[in-house]
Design a protein around this ligand. Structure first.
Ligand code: WTA
Length: 635
């Protein structure tokens, strides 16, 4: 019997050891016992990080939707698969059972087929967080088409680049979307994007906001009438283990976005297994991940991982601030959410509003809290732990990437003792290592360097669409025979990992390497500070010096800025050392962020360097307007 569900620490260590000593035997057992295969594999793993090439379960045949849907029908047909919570809290939530999901995915799959979509074709999905987004994604997988979901907050230019890069012939979208009190004209964005996408032959439009849009003759079709006509039975295409399942774009530090390619069998096995364990999911739990399906977190931990386990997964259309800042907690209470998975940026934004919004709600259903996407600072961790988890629900600070497909380093709740700001221990099967800049592995504990992974895991991205060379250069050329994550990390005295941030954000001051995250942590401890970002700028004597951008909480308004600067530097000095003190501190109204909430340090770095001639494309930012303000007040 494989250990599909890890329940205590000793078991974790035992299973972990097995998974790294005999990875093939370990993953073969997991795959064998817990999934539905049309045909079993000939080999479990073939790999070579020099080429690079990774193949899991070669020779196997399957369809991931049979694993996510069909096999649950006999036992869970009437169980809610997707629980859709709309933008407007006065509208009813929609409970889509596994039976209903089966029929709706099949109908959608048949519509795609009628539109001429075939196995291997790329389908662009630019749909807001409504059920059609998940259903379209699964419908592609049903017929073996490769989905390329583009976050429905991206601009027309960003959308066009992605459509063209993977040659999508069809785009699925909606007439518009709701975002809090606003509506967004999604179809208008698609129309603009398609002016530069000659390859797109048809556009399927879901109705969401009932707006008056123009439909281009011969190209655009309303989705619903086609679905109504379509049969709700559609045979699943038989896929090979290594057939691509999807492409998902992620921004690189330079150049155009990278279309990461994930394949079928390994991705399925790993996301399902991690979901079960990292969230300790049990049959009657209601699981909610607040990410958008436009990001990897949504792919793996709203759609595939949960559905593969027959879970109930919440899809939330709205934003945490609408109609007010208690919306998240309102949803937790209303649907009795057991696992809640969100991002540090959301936690900080909510913490800034104060606990009154939390206190009105019964959060006793919560058992597990998760964090993902960036390092969680100490203050946010405690706020989350104290006010949301009430000290009872463990926080899983889960580190992973679009490229890794699934969670890589994380505490297992109720198994691994947590430690604020630490992602703690590698997940089963994951072999991380820390490298120095000369390419030497730093063995033992209490070391800090660059995070690499030594051995393949089932859901590693196999290539960059159309550019295998870039895949090799980005991930496998920095360190021989290792996957390089681009992140810095330290391993503490007991072997726990802490992710210190992107290594491109490491700043060397007077010969000392300083990670931005710990400094920002220190600043954020100041009671008047809401958020901060540190970058380096050239300095005559130190080489680089530190420039801090700081946004204040309401309580900080009216405070004397010079005094605040002294207090902040004192905190840094206390927490890290005088070497980490900031040369310049600029107070700003906001920090430029990507749509997924990451601070765009690249822009801040340019402003600090007084090199604003080419800030690059800022149109895809969440809040492009703050850039001018920061430039105007730069120090
Ligand atoms: C960062 C998101 C610290 C990291 C799943 C990584 C984190 C990048 C954490 C990937 C975490 C993600 N602690 N940093 N728990 N999780 N990151 O591709 O820098 O959107 O390389 O995938 O986010 O971001 P991506």
């Amino acid at each position: 019997m494989s250990n599909y569900h890890i329940k205590h620490l000793e078991e974790y260590y035992q299973v972990y050891r097995k998974s790294v000593r005999n990875p093939e035997i370990f993953w073969e057992e997991i795959a064998e016992e817990h999934f539905l295969w049309r045909k079993k594999w000939d080999t479990v793993l073939e790999w070579d990080f020099a080429t690079p090439e990774v193949k899991w379960f070669q020779g196997a045949q399957l369809n991931i939707t049979e694993n996510c849907i069909d096999r649950h029908l006999a036992t869970r047909g009437d169980k809610t698969a997707i629980l859709f919570e709309p933008n407007n809290p006065d509208d009813d939530a929609e409970h889509i059972t596994y039976n209903q999901l089966y029929r709706r995915v099949n109908q959608f799959a048949n519509v795609l087929k009628e539109q001429g979509v075939k196995k291997g074709d790329r389908v662009c999905i630019y749909v807001p967080m409504i059920p059609e987004l998940a259903i379209a994604t699964l419908a592609c997988a049903r017929i073996g088409a490769i989905h390329s979901v583009v976050f429905a907050g991206f601009s027309a230019t960003a959308l066009a680049t992605r459509i063209n890069d993977s040659d999508c012939k069809i785009v699925i979208t909606s007439d518009g979307s709701y975002r809090g009190a606003k509506t967004i004209d999604l179809k208008g964005i698609v129309d603009e994007a398609l002016e530069s996408c000659d390859g797109v032959e048809s556009v399927l439009v879901a109705k969401r906001i009932n707006s008056d849009i123009t439909m281009k003759e011969g190209r655009d079709k309303w989705l619903q009438p086609l679905l109504d006509e379509a049969s709700n039975q559609c045979k699943a295409e038989v896929m090979n283990a290594e057939d691509p399942l999807f492409i998902l774009y992620t921004s690189g530090s330079t150049g155009k976005p990278k279309g990461m390619v994930h394949t079928t069998a390994g991705y399925m096995v790993y996301t399902a297994y991690t979901f079960k364990n990292a969230f300790q999911y049990r049959e009657n739990d209601v699981y909610w991940c607040t990410a958008d399906i436009g990001w990897i977190t949504g792919h793996s931990y709203i759609v595939y991982g949960p559905l593969c386990n027959g879970a109930t997964t919440v899809m939330f259309e709205g934003v945490p601030s609408y109609p007010d800042y208690s919306r998240f907690w309102d949803i937790v209470e209303k649907h009795k959410v057991s696992q809640f998975y969100t991002a540090p940026t959301a936690i900080r934004a909510l913490a800034k509003q104060g606990v009154e919004f939390v206190e009105k709600h019964d959060l006793s259903s919560l058992k597990v809290l998760g964090s993902v996407g960036e390092p969680i600072n100490e203050e946010a961790w405690h706020w989350y732990n104290d006010n949301i988890g009430k000290g009872k629900s463990p926080i899983i600070d889960s580190w992973w990437q679009t490229e890794t497909g699934g969670i890589m380093i994380t505490p297992i709740p109720y198994v691994t003792p947590t430690k604020p700001t630490y992602a703690t221990l590698p997940f089963i099967g994951i072999q991380p290592c820390i490298m120095d800049e000369d390419g030497q592995e730093l063995k033992g504990n209490q070391v800090e360097g660059r995070l690499c992974i030594k051995f393949p895991w089932p859901s590693i991205a196999r290539t960059i669409w159309g550019n295998h060379q870039r895949y090799k250069d980005t991930y496998f050329s920095t360190y021989e025979n290792k996957y390089f994550t681009g992140d810095g990390a330290l391993r503490d005295e007991v072997g726990y990992y802490r992710i210190t941030g992107r290594v491109d954000d490491v700043i060397i001051v007077s010969g000392h390497n300083l990670g931005t995250a710990p400094i920002e942590d220190a600043i954020n401890e100041h009671p008047a500070v809401a958020e901060s970002a540190i970058v380096g700028f050239p300095h005559d004597i130190k080489g680089s010096a530190l420039y801090g951008y700081v946004t204040l909480k309401d309580s900080g308004e009216g405070r004397n800025h010079d005094n605040l600067r002294i207090e902040i530097n004192q905190l840094i000095s206390d927490r890290i050392g005088p070497i980490a003190k900031l040369n310049k501190i600029q107070f700003t109204e906001g920090l430029p962020k990507t749509r997924s909430g990451k601070i765009m340090r690249r822009i801040l770095r340019k402003i600090a360097e007084k090199d604003t001639s080419n800030l690059g494309d800022i149109s895809t930012l969440l809040n492009p307007e703050c850039v001018q303000d920061i430039m105007d007040n730069a120090l």
